[in-house]
Design a protein around this ligand. Structure first.
Ligand code: UT7
Length: 325
């Protein structure tokens, strides 16, 4: 029996030009390259210019993804941006991207699930594309996390970076089997009782400020491996595949020890893990599409392969997605 699938037809990424190394941070924060590398795996991060809004990053990633898909902005009928660092309180970044790219009138909105935003956004987009309500969708993860940093808090300011990644999704007929290309399975989770572990202490309807990111890192760490592993197993079940049959694990990049811990717990070979953490740090919702872009561009990740994506972040939110590229 044939069924419509949401297929990734193009991937693109964009990183701001400015690179900030751990040693650069150690000049004004009480930290060291040695501590950051050992505890997180991060060596450097990219940082936006003062005049660069997140929509500019998203637009650059979208242009590359469209080019990779052989599509043009006038074909785009749906834009979903996963972000926690919007240009403005409103309108949505997605509508700004639509205007800047020159896309026609269509559907455009943001998804706010912090670091899990890209996985959530893929699931939302699947509701349009696999029902033939979108012929060409952009799903973008874009963040300027460095704008949320308290640069006196060494427990958080060394962890994050800026960037954007994008995939183009298009409907294609499949056979309804796990051999189909497209989004095959999801598991999405949220637990609002854990808000105090990771949040930003500002907002339009509280103090009217942008605020700074606050995190009890070691508490978040404790939840990460267990929560993510459960979601991975559920997403694999939803897709009808074995976790061990995955070709590439493309995780959210928060901490190398989390990536390795999750891979070990669910039985994924360490050579199948795409890691960009050392170069990008944690770019929140942008980290998965940026890692996917890296894997595609360096030739490791190929069409037809089975991919496993996962993320966890503020909320707490977490989730996983299985797709065949
Ligand atoms: O994407 C959203 C999800 N976020 C995450 O998944 C983050 C999860 N958490 C983590 O990645 C880790 O918990 C961190 C990297 C944030 C921290 O590593 P940790 O091994 O959990 O360290 P800790 O917070 O328990 O702190 C250990 C020590 C403390 O010093 P004392 O109290 O033992 O003297 C901290 O003050 O490390 C100190 N410390 C630092 N030292 C040098 C914390 N940050 C730094 C730093 N440089 N940047």
């Amino acid at each position: 029996m044939t069924m419509l699938r949401s297929v990734v037809t193009g991937v693109g990424g964009y990183l701001p030009e400015r690179v900030v190394t751990n040693d650069d941070l150690a000049k004004f924060v009480d930290t060291s390259d040695e501590w950051i590398v050992e505890r997180t795996g991060i060596r450097q991060r990219h940082q936006v210019r003062d005049d660069q809004p997140v929509s500019d990053l998203a637009v650059e990633a979208a242009k590359k993804a469209l080019a990779a898909a052989g599509r043009t902005p006038d074909e785009v009928d749906l834009i979903i941006v996963a972000t926690t660092t919007a240009d403005l309180t409103f309108p949505a970044v997605a509508t700004i991207v639509q205007r800047k790219l020159g896309c026609p009138v269509g559907v455009a909105f943001d998804v706010q699930a912090v670091c899990s935003g890209f996985v959530y956004a893929l699931s939302v987009a699947d509701g349009f594309v696999a029902r033939n309500r979108s012929k060409c969708a952009l799903v973008i993860g874009a963040e300027t996390m460095t704008r949320l940093m308290d640069w006196t808090d060494r427990g958080t300011c060394v962890l994050f970076g800026d960037g954007a990644g994008c995939v183009v999704l298009e409907p294609q007929e499949g056979q309804g089997t796990t051999a189909d290309r497209g989004l095959l399975g999801f598991a999405l989770r949220a637990d609002g009782t854990k808000q105090e572990l990771l949040y930003v202490d500002g907002g339009p309807s509280t103090n009217g400020q942008v605020g700074h990111l606050r995190m009890q890192g070691n508490q978040v760490f404790r939840h990460a491996v267990v929560n993510i592993s459960e979601a991975i197993v559920s997403a694999a079940e939803d897709a009808g595949v074995e976790v061990a049959s995955v070709d590439w694990f493309v995780p959210h990049q928060a901490n190398l020890r989390i990536l390795q811990g999750v891979a070990k717990r669910v039985g994924i070979d360490e050579h199948k893990v795409i890691t960009t953490l050392d170069q990008h740090a944690n770019t929140s919702a942008a980290s998965i599409p940026l890692a996917l872009d890296q894997g595609v561009r360096d030739g490791r990740v190929k069409p037809g392969q089975l991919l496993l994506l996962e993320a966890m972040g503020g909320g707490l939110t977490w989730g996983a997605c299985v797709l065949r590229l």
